[in-house]
Write a protein that binds this ligand. Structure first.
Ligand code: NAD
Length: 288
């Protein structure tokens, strides 16, 4: 299949390479020449503009930094340039309102489109083990699914347009809260004189069981191996967690949802990100 891929950064680079490995003809565009050169090495055909990449494409995949960029790329470059009937997949993490707006405009223009943000970081993008949460009409989902399968280990239809972004920000708000809660409990146990490894052994098999403790233990040398054991390098950057928490709080406001802990988690990550945006988000334990 001919697939245009726009946005070949940390995530998009590996995702486009996996589409090539699956036998697709990938037509790549990015503003960065370095990213384009890497895509060429991975077997993509590269283009000078998104418009050229989209011409002749049966599908368009995008992995871009934010909603404003996604909106402008689709409205100015993709719509009317991609062949009629092409399926459009935006895998970026963006605000729910923009995702819905762009999909609605795509539909008016005769395209099928889904929002398909991911769970999993750069290693999962490179390894083809991302989880995609997809919003859009059932017919659009059915067309998007085989393309997403080539880049991930799980593809879930979340609901109508915007449902993928909703799932993503609600999940990451929960993740931020469980990470801070896990860090607080571990440090408090330690301060009270309990060996943190003992606490891990007990809580990870008790009602404190949660992903941040069991699968991503934020204290070095305790529990499972995680970015904590690598000076908090790699993993999921604090700056990206903060981005998702901001999107979550924006959405909470429009939905009139009560999110006292989500709001507090955003404030804590905001303060932490000032100096530590590049560290894995579990490094927030260092503030306790
Ligand atoms: P990145 O900054 O590494 O990549 C974004 C790419 O988009 C860059 O190469 C940039 O040059 C390109 N770009 C920007 N504007 C463009 C335009 N107008 N036309 C074409 N290309 C353009 O970011 P990333 O880490 O790859 O993240 C991409 C998306 O994935 C974001 O929405 C992010 O929130 C989401 N995400 C990232 C991670 C992660 O761990 N990095 C995890 C899950 C989701």
């Amino acid at each position: 299949m001919k697939i245009a891929f726009i946005g070949l950064g940390n995530m998009g680079g590996g995702m486009a390479a996996n589409l090539v490995k699956a036998g697709h003809e990938v037509r790549a565009f990015d503003l960065s020449e370095e990213a384009l050169a890497a895509a060429k090495d991975a077997g993509c055909e590269t283009f000078d503009t998104a418009r050229e990449a989209c011409a002749e494409a049966e599908a368009v995949v995008s992995m871009l930094p934010n909603g404003a960029i996604v909106k402008s790329v689709y409205e100015d470059e993709v719509f009317a340039r991609a062949p009629e009937g092409a399926i459009l997949l935006d895998c970026s993490t963006i605000d729910v309102a923009t995702a819905k707006e762009v999909i609605s405009k795509a539909t008016e223009q005769g395209y099928a489109m889904v929002d398909a943000p991911v769970s999993g970081g750069i290693a999962a993008a490179n390894g083809g083990t991302l989880t995609f949460m997809v919003g859009g009409a059932t017919k659009a989902f059915e067309r998007a699914e085989p393309i997403l399968n080539a880049m991930g280990k799980a593809v879930i239809h979340a609901g109508q347009a915007g449902a993928g972004q909703t799932a993503k920000i609600c999940n990451n708000m929960l993740l931020a809260i469980t990470m801070i809660g896990t860090a607080e409990a571990m440090i408090m146990a330690q301060k009270l004189g309990l060996d943190p490894q003992k606490f891990y052994e007990i809580s990870s098999q008790s009602s404190g069981y949660n992903w941040s403790l069991n699968a991503y233990t934020p204290m070095p040398g305790v529990g499972v191996e995680s970015p904590a054991d690598n000076d908090y390098a790699g993993g999921f950057a604090t700056a990206l967690m903060l981005k998702d928490l901001r999107l979550a709080m924006e959405a909470a406001k429009t939905a009139d949802a009560t999110t006292a802990l989500g709001k507090h988690a955003k404030e804590l990550y905001e303060a932490f990100a000032e100096q530590n945006g590049a560290l894995d988000f579990s490094a927030i334990i260092k503030t306790l």
